[in-house]
Each structure stands twice: as structure tokens, then as C-alpha cells.
Design a protein. Sequence first.
Length: 122
Amino acid sequence: MAQIKNAKTETAKINGNCGMCKRTIEKAGNTKNEAQVVWDADNQRASITYDTRKTTMDTVLKRIAQVGYDNEKYLAPDEVYTNLHDCCQYDRKLKHSKTNKKPDGHSHHNSSEGSSRQGKHH
């Protein structure tokens, strides 16, 4: 594969089972001169090297999810997952666990402005 310029390498958890999964995951993630994915079935992790000027880790993971493989950021569409070969249909542990992306910033709206008001100025 051609060398990737402006390269950054990260690892990501991607579900799958077999050699067919490996080929599909890597084919979906790999883009000439932009991204290279190497997935390991044993530890369910991929090493993803990408050109930071052309793409992002999120974009690569989204492409992989779109072909049927849940990962740490995106879930595969159910209809795509169910069309995978039987040997590729992994246990979907991530279905309801790490996917609740609730913004943290909205739980701290307890306003205490009124309690710190100064007395009347004369």
C-alpha cells in the first residue's frame, strides 16, 4: 500500500469473528493514500493509520460500521448486520452499552445566582 502522508495511527475496538470479517473490515476502512486498517480477529482491535489532512478516525470507523461491523464509536445498521454471513455475525455486546452519547454539559444547570445577591445599596 502507498505511504500515507501526515500519518496518525490509532487503535480501535471493532467486532468481528473470522478471516472474512478481516477482509471486509479492512476493505471498508482502507482508502488509497488516505487510510490503512489492519484488523486482528484475536483481540478484536484494529490499527488505523490515516492522513490527518484527508480524513478522520471517525470517518474510517463510520465506513466500517456501514458494512456491518460495530465498533467503539458506531453501530452497524441492523439490516446490514443481519445480512452478514453466519460466521461473521458476532455477539452484539455494544448494542446498548457504550452507545449512549449523552452530552455531559447539561447536568450542571442548577442555578444559584439568586443566593449570592448583595443587599440594597444606599
